[in-house]
Design a protein around this ligand. Structure first.
Ligand SMILES: Cc1ncc(C[n+]2csc(CCOP(=O)(O)OP(=O)(O)O)c2C)c(N)n1
Ligand SMILES: [Mg+2]
Length: 612
C-alpha cells in the first residue's frame, strides 16, 4: 500500500457534500460585489466628504479640510483616487477612517492573504485600479512579507498602508519599521515624517503605482502622524497624478521591423506588459499580418488567445512542444511587454538569437539579455507603431508563410502523448484528468483560472488554453504557496461576473485555506480545486530519510469538510467521472453566490511537459 492509499483510508465514507450559506449574496453587474451587510452599512453624514464653502476645498474632488488627522486625510485621498475597496487586517485606525469615507473594507484571515488579494485585483485592473491593503504596524506589517515579496517579484502595483512606531521610537531597536524593512522588495517605500507631507507622500505613491515599472508601494504612517492634525491646504492641494504613456523612437521601430520581416524563423514572446497595456488586439493584428507564432510567458498567459492558429502556448518550467520548438529554433525573438528577467519558473531563451525587446521600463533593457533593438514604451502604443511600419513594408494584407499548419502538426504530435492522461480513468484521480476537465468544462470567455505553486502550476500551464485577456492569471517569479485563494478573491472583486477557479495542492491549502471563509463572508464566491494527494508531489523522490523517519512532505485532511465548516460548499471527488459534474456544479454555486471547494483525491503525479 502506497502513501496515498494510507492517507485516503479513513475517507471511504465521504461522498459529495454540500452546505450552503444563504445570508450573503453577490450583486452582479457594475462595480464590486457587495454583501448585503456591507451595502447597507450606515455612514454617518458628517463623515462623508463634502463642502460647506468655509474650509479649503480641493477643486478636483470637492473634498473639504476639516481639522483632519493623518488617517482621515489618507482616507480622503484614497477616495479621491477612486479606490473602491481595501483589504485589511486590524489593528489600524486608518480602517475606521476609510470606512467613514464609504470605501468598502474586506478583512482577510491574515495579512499575507490581504496583500495577495490586493495583488489579484491589481493584476486584473491594468493599472487603472489598484489593490490597497491596511495592516497594523508591528506584527501585521511583519506578516505581510510573503505577499509583498510576491508582488515585487511579479511587478504587481499594490499599495500597502501599514502603521508604524511613533516618531520618538521610530529608529529605536527592536521596533519594526515597514518602510525600512520592505525597501528591498518594494518599488517605493517611505514613511510619512511630517503631517504636512501626507499629500506629497501619497501623490508620489499613486504616481509610482501608475507609472514606470510596476511593483508594490509602501506608505508607513507612524502613530503620531496618523493621529496628528494635518495642516489646512494639504488635502485641497492634492492633485491626482496621471498615467503617462511613452513610445519608442520611430527609427528604432523601423530597425525592429526590418529584422522581424527578414527573419527565417521569428517568434513573438509576449509578457505581462501586453495584458497591463490592454494590447491583445494589437498583438493579434501584428501576429496575423506577419504570420509570426506567439509564445506567452507565465505572466503573459491569456494575453494572446491560445486557441489561435498562431498560438504556441504558454510556459512555466513546463510548456508545450510547439513553444519549446520555436523558442529553440527561432533566429529572431521579439519580446513584447516583457522584462526578459531570467527565472527558474519560465522558459530560458537559448543563446545566439537576435533580440528585439519592448518593455515599459528602460531598466529592464540589456539586463539579463543582450538586446539588439530596444523599443522602450507602452506595449499597445509600441505595437501600433510596429504595425504601421509592417504595413508600409508588406502591405495592409500582410503575408502568409504556412507556419500555422506547421504549429498544428507539432501540437498534434505533442498532444498524442498527453491525451490519454488528460482523459485518464485512473484512481486516485490523475492530476491531468483534473486539468483536462477544467479545460473542457469552462466557458473561457467568462472565467479566470489560476494555479498554485509547485506541481499544480506545471500541470496546468501547458494544457489549459486561455482565450480571453485576464482569463488566466499566471504568476510566480517567487512562488508563494497558497497565493491562489486570495488571488482569486481579488480577481473576483475586479471581475464579479467571471467564474474564478484556483487549482492548488493540499500543501498550498495549508497556507491560505482559512480565506475560504473570507470569500464566503465577502460575497466574493470563488472555486478552489484542491489536488488532495496527501503530500508534496512537487518533490516525488525528495528527502527519502526525512520522509521515512519523520513523514516530512506527507499530510492529510478532509478539505471539503473544512470548507463546509466555513460556510462554503464542499464537494469531494474520488472518481474521475465525478470531476466534470463537480466543475459544472461549482459554476452554478458560484453564480448563485456560494463559494466552492472541490477536494479531489488525486494521484502523486510527477510527469511534466518539460523538454530539457
Ligand atoms: C511559502 C512557500 N513555502 C515553500 C514553497 C516550496 N514548495 C513549492 S511546491 C511545494 C509543495 C506543495 O505541495 P502541494 O501543494 O501539496 O502540491 P503537490 O506538490 O502535492 O502537487 C513546496 C513546499 C513555496 N513555494 N512557498
Ligand atoms: Mg500535494
Amino acid at each position: 500500500m502506497g502513501d496515498t492509499d494510507r492517507i485516503y483510508a479513513p475517507r471511504k465514507l465521504l461522498t459529495i457534500g454540500c452546505c450552503v450559506q444563504e445570508s450573503l449574496s453577490i450583486h452582479q453587474g457594475k462595480g464590486i460585489p457587495q454583501p448585503d451587510i456591507l451595502r447597507s452599512a450606515r455612514v454617518p453624514a458628517t463623515y462623508i466628504s463634502g463642502s460647506d464653502g468655509e474650509k479649503p476645498v480641493n477643486p478636483a474632488s470637492g473634498l473639504q479640510e476639516d481639522n483632519l488627522d493623518g488617517n482621515e486625510t489618507i482616507a480622503r485621498i484614497l477616495k479621491l483616487e477612486g479606490v473602491e475597496w481595501v483589504a485589511c487586517f486590524p489593528s489600524n485606525n486608518l480602517i475606521e477612517a476609510v470606512a467613514k469615507e464609504g470605501i468598502r473594507l474586506v478583512m482577510f484571515r491574515h495579512e499575507r492573504g490581504a496583500v495577495m488579494a490586493a495583488d489579484g485585483f491589481s493584476r486584473s485592473s491594468d493599472r487603472k485600479g489598484f489593490g490597497v491593503v491596511i495592516t497594523q504596524g508591528g506584527p501585521g506589517a511583519e506578516n505581510a512579507m510573503g505577499g509583498i515579496a510576491q508582488a515585487f517579484a511579479d511587478n504587481s502595483p499594490i499599495l500597502l498602508l501599514p502603521g508604524g512606531p511613533g516618531l520618538a521610537a521610530w529608529s529605536v531597536r527592536p521596533n519594526f519599521s515597514p518602510s525600512r524593512a520592505y525597501d528591498p522588495i518594494a518599488k517605493q517605500s517611505e514613511a510619512i515624517f511630517q503631517s504636512g507631507q501626507v499629500g506629497n507622500v501619497m501623490r508620489r505613491a499613486f504616481h509610482a503605482l501608475r507609472n514606470g515599472k510596476a511593483g508594490p508601494v509602501v506608505v508607513e504612517t507612524p502613530a503620531d502622524i496618523a493621529a496628528g492634525e494635518v495642516p489646512d491646504g494639504v488635502l485641497s492641494g492634492y492633485q491626482s497624478p496621471k498615467r503617462f504613456i511613452s513610445t519608442p523612437s520611430l527609427s528604432d521601430v523601423k530597425d525592429a521591423v526590418k529584422l522581424l520581416l527578414s527573419a527565417k524563423k521569428p517568434v513573438i514572446w509576449a509578457g505581462g506588459g501586453v495584458l497591463f497595456g490592454g494590447a491583445t488586439e494589437e498583438l493579434k493584428e501584428l501576429a496575423e499580418l506577419t504570420d509570426i507564432p506567439v509564445y506567452t510567458t507565465m505572466q503573459g498567459k491569456s494575453a494572446f488567445p491560445e486557441d489561435h492558429p498562431l498560438a504556441l502556448g504558454a510556459g512555466s518550467g513546463a510548456t508545450t512542444l510547439p513553444a519549446y520548438t520555436w523558442l529553440q529554433e527561432s533566429d529572431v525573438l521579439f519580446a513584447i511587454g516583457s522584462s526578459l528577467s531570467h527565472t527558474g519558473y519560465g522558459q530560458p531563451i537559448p543563446a545566439g538569437k537576435v533580440i528585439i525587446q519592448n518593455t515599459d521600463n528602460v531598466e529592464d533593457i540589456n539586463k539579463q539579455e543582450s538586446v539588439d533593438v530596444a523599443l522602450p514604451g507602452d506595449a499597445k502604443a509600441t505595437l501600433l507603431m510596429v504595425i504601421d511600419e509592417v504595413k508600409a513594408a508588406i502591405g495592409e494584407k500582410g503575408r502568409k508563410t504556412g507556419v500555422a499548419s506547421e504549429i498544428a502538426r507539432v501540437r498534434q504530435q505533442w498532444m498524442s502523448e498527453w491525451t490519454g492522461l488528460l482523459n485518464s480513468e485512473d484512481e486516485p484521480v490523475n492530476t491531468y484528468r483534473v486539468v483536462g476537465e477544467i479545460e473542457r468544462g469552462l466557458d473561457k470567455t467568462k472565467s479566470i483560472v489560476t494555479h498554485d505553486a509547485g506541481a499544480p502550476r506545471d500541470s496546468i500551464i501547458p494544457f489549459y488554453r486561455a482565450t480571453t485577456p485576464h482569463g488566466y492569471i499566471g504568476w510566480g517569479k517567487t512562488t508563494h504557496l497558497g497565493f491562489g485563494i486570495p488571488l482569486m478573491i481579488g480577481a473576483k472583486m475586479a471581475y464579479p461576473d467571471r467564474f474564478c477557479l484556483n487549482l492548488m495542492g493540499d500543501g498550498a491549502f495549508g497556507m491560505s485555506g482559512l480565506d475560504i471563509e473570507t470569500s464566503v463572508r465577502a460575497g466574493a464566491p470563488i472555486t478552489t480545486v484542491v489536488l488532495n494527494n496527501g503530500g508534496m508531489a512537487t518533490y516525488p523522490g525528495g528527502y527519502p530519510t526525512a520522509r521515512e523517519l519523520y513523514g516530512v512532505t506527507e499530510m492529510g485532511g478532509d478539505y471539503a469538510q473544512i470548507a463546509e465548516g466555513m460556510g462554503a460548499v464542499g464537494i469531494t471527488v474520488t472518481k474521475p467521472g465525478e470531476m466534470a459534474t463537480a466543475i459544472a456544479d461549482a459554476q452554478r454555486h458560484n453564480s448563485e453566490g456560494r463559494t466552492v471547494l472541490i477536494d479531489v483525491h488525486s494521484n502523486f503525479e510527477s510527469k511534466k511537459s518539460k523538454f530539457s
